[in-house]
Design a binder for this molecule. Sequence first.
Ligand code: KIV
Length: 277
Amino acid sequence: MSATPRQTAPTPAAIRAAKGGTPLVALTAYTTPTARMMDGVVDIVLVGDSVGMVLHGLPSTLGVTMEMMILHGQAVRRGLGASLMVVDMPFGSYEAGPETAFANAARLMSETGCEAVKLEGGRHMADTIRFLVARGVPVMAHVGLTPQSVHALGGYKVQGRGAAGEALIADAQAVAEAGAFAVVLEKVPAALADRVTSEVPIPTIGIGASAGCDGQVLVVDDMLGLFTEFRPKFVKRFATLGERAEAAIAAYAGEVRARTFPAEEHTFADTPPGETT
Ligand code: KIV
């Protein structure tokens, strides 16, 4: 959307209007320092429920709670002023019906200060999205591989292959018609992602989709090489910070055991420097 760092955050309407332009850049964030690093450099910062797996060691996103999303949302808000902030609605906070979804979306917005929420699901979530949007909650949708449905889907599999592609297009159309301002397309064949992008009137944000999408999103710990337990095919590591951190921790442990840390420059004299008495 912009090549130089932004000074102000784009609105959901501006993201919606960016369809077909310079690709939108999105990343997840869960903490204040990480949010500060990406503020204004990316268009959209998503406080993803991936936080459960990436920072809390959970086996899936299913155990993520509203309280976790609020805590991490508040941390990200403190580091963010020039990118749009979206917070994921956790599993169980919106599926029961539009009223429950609104109560929880309103809580996420008022307690974190985010500008929009994201929820997973296609046609079956259209009424809920319409209900939220009509009440002032901008919604980013998420179709294709929806990790909160991992058990129903039988694993983290590619979605929409073959005849299933038409259903996925119908899902993306339904969330767009319901008023979502953008839709995440996760782990779908590239040709299908291109078709959705050309047929659906809102920006498609790909993750494991296609470079032809209107934007891309990655989990920040994945792309920095900090989360190394497994690596989906769609993740490119732009850095290997995990390896560097492990090396630094090993070096520290070695120096403590060898009594070479702390060195003189890390310690304090009884008399402050410059004073002779
Ligand atoms: O939770 C998350 O991080 C996400 C992105 C992968 C899109 O939903």
